[in-house]
Design a protein around this ligand. Structure first.
Ligand code: ADE
Length: 227
């Protein structure tokens, strides 16, 4: 899989992409991650990528031309399965969407900034708007990082233990059971006996029960509207 990210702030991605699971996935050649500086696709000498909105609203709007030039350059090199705009008014991202995107070959994540992007970017290029939650971020970069991480971790082979991503919260529509490691007793707070029992059947039953309890307590909406 290949993910191309279009942004005004490519440096923001260095730390997140240069570490941990994402870096390992790139090194194992399970994914290619590329950032593109939208400003490099401007034609004026000041590398202007935003301008005042028509109609006189406050704030700046990202211009269509540099974004179009960047997308068309990438499209001339390969076919893309989807172009996703990071925007607070998009459909809210979830595990199902992460799984769905992980099955595509090439995708573009476009990071909006300022007041937003010129609507013609949507009309001409965008497959779908994606939000990571009902709050407004300063830009789409953090959303693109979150989505990249969630998508890449479910690509087969990315996580060492192949069952590990499948047992994440949300994968079966439920939150995960609590987990423990040594010591078995910390200041009188003991690990549940069943986890020390070695009885796999009882352990699995306990985990499922805990998943149901947690989900009912914290996210009853997941039980009504399974993902
Ligand atoms: N840009 C600003 N806020 C956002 C959000 N909640 N999700 C995705 N992109 C955004």
């Amino acid at each position: 899989m290949r993910i191309d990210i279009l942004t005004l702030f490519p440096d923001m991605f260095e730390g997140v992409f240069g570490d941990s699971i994402l870096k390992r996935a790139v090194n194992k050649q399970l994914v290619e991650l590329h950032t593109h500086d939208i400003r490099a696709y401007t034609t004026d000498k000041h590398h202007k990528a935003d301008d005042y909105p028509f109609g006189g609203e406050a704030g700046m709007v990202m211009m269509v031309e540099p974004i179009a030039r960047c997308i068309e350059q990438l499209q001339s090199e390969r076919t893309y399965d989807g172009i996703y705009l990071m925007a607070p008014d998009g459909a809210v991202f979830n595990q199902r969407k992460a799984n769905e995107l992980s099955m595509l070959n090439n995708i573009i994540l476009l990071c909006g900034h300022y007041k937003g992007v010129d609507e013609r970017v949507r009309e001409l290029f965008v497959t779908e708007d994606i939000s990571i939650g009902d709050y407004v971020l300063s830009g789409g970069e953090i959303a693109a990082m979150a989505i990249t991480d969630a998508v890449v971790r479910v690509i087969p082979g990315v996580i060492g233990d192949s069952t590990s991503a499948l047992s994440d919260s949300f994968q079966d529509g439920l939150l995960s059971a609590p987990v423990y490691t040594r010591p078995a007793d910390f200041r009188g707070h003991r690990v549940p006996d069943v986890l020390l029992s070695g009885n796999e059947k009882l352990i699995n039953e306990w985990k499922l029960e805990q998943q149901l309890i947690r989900t009912r307590e914290r996210r009853p909406d997941l039980l009504q509207d399974p993902q």
